[in-house]
Design a protein around this ligand. Structure first.
Ligand code: AVJ
Length: 319
């Protein structure tokens, strides 16, 4: 078997069809909203990597700290021969797990970005000669099948990305992941934790404006893909803490009355001055809540590890 295989589980046009449906649905209702997955074109993925290096954006560093401290425990507890990573992106933190898991190991990164998958695999294969990589081009919320691979398997969902799903979407997602898994398989999940509001808001509204550019990038994506005429300068970046829901919301607020044409959808979208478009939620968690959600999806929650400052947690659960 070649050490690198790539499987596309999405039809070539699936992304375009899903974007059209999400934009049509999200911009024709009140309040307006878009799912956060559309941030991540090549430019958006670059901006996100830049965010992870910002002094105020602590989640990436906190999660890396936990992985570095616990990789050996994770390897021992799971005995995994296959690592599946949902939303693998640059696979940067994955190295800490790959180094700890015993060879021969199969790595199955799942991401919508083909360039991220091939780029990450090249780097990993250079350093891990006996690694087998079977990359899946897929939307991690829609993966229904995994390639044959030796068990036990460890499914990792890192970065706190589960917080970008609404509670009902999270329940559905966890249940479908549980169905992919066999007895003896494990789930490793990263969750950002509830903390002081000012710390949370600063992580999503940095003074250098990188997060603002990331937020507005979704407008460029819609302009390019759907021939729309959003002007990102017509909108302000907004990050706020929703205390009731315990999530950060990113929004784009119209600076004046704006009318946007989206020819590919035969759509004209009016924004009143001050009107807001919600572009992301990023839920923050508590231990009891994470355990309850895992149990409700049919997992048996196990280890709960945080960084020394208690900002971020990794949970290990068994199927
Ligand atoms: C994709 C979950 C890691 O919600 O914190 C970063 C995306 N949005 N800054 C998050 C994000 C704004 C991020 N994750």
């Amino acid at each position: 078997m070649r050490p690198f295989q790539l499987t596309r589980t999405l039809p070539e046009d699936a992304t375009g069809a899903a974007l059209r449906a999400d934009v049509l649905h999200g911009l024709t209702r009140a309040p307006k909203s878009l799912p956060p997955k559309w941030f991540y074109d090549a430019r958006g993925s670059e901006l996100f990597e830049e965010i992870t290096r910002l002094p105020d954006y602590y989640p990436t560093r906190a999660e890396r700290e936990i992985l570095a401290a616990r990789a050996a425990d994770i390897a021992a507890a799971t005995g995994a021969h296959t690592l599946v990573e949902l939303g693998s992106g640059s696979s940067e933190k994955t190295r800490l797990l790959l180094d700890a898991l015993p060879a021969p190991l199969t790595y199955i990164p799942v991401d919508v970005s083909e360039s991220a998958l091939t780029g990450a695999a090249d780097g990993l294969l250079a350093d891990h000669p006996d690694l087998r990589v079977h990359a899946l081009i897929a939307d991690f919320t829609r993966v229904l099948e995994l390639p044959e691979a030796p068990g036990p398997r460890l499914v990792a969902f890192l970065g706190g990305t589960i917080g970008n799903l609404l509670p009902a979407e999270r329940a559905e997602f966890l249940t479908s992941v549980r169905k992919l898994m066999a007895p003896g398989d494990s789930l490793l999940i990263g969750t950002d934790l509830v903390k002081e509001e000012s710390v949370l808001v600063r992580a999503y509204d940095d003074p250098t404006g990188v997060t603002a550019a990331f937020n507005k990038n979704v407008l460029d994506v819609i302009d390019r893909e759907l021939d729309a005429d959003f002007d990102p300068d017509d909108f302000d970046h907004v990050a706020l803490w929703n205390r009731e829901e315990e999530w950060i919301e990113m929004r784009l607020r119209a600076r004046r009355d704006v009318v946007v044409k989206i020819p590919e959808l035969d759509l004209v979208v009016p924004f009143a001055a001050g009107e807001e478009l919600r572009t992301e939620i990023s839920a923050k968690f508590r231990e009891e809540g994470v355990r309850a959600e895992l149990s409700a999806a049919g997992f048996v929650p196990g280890h709960w590890w945080t960084d020394a400052a208690g900002r971020f947690a990794l949970s290990l659960a068994t199927a």
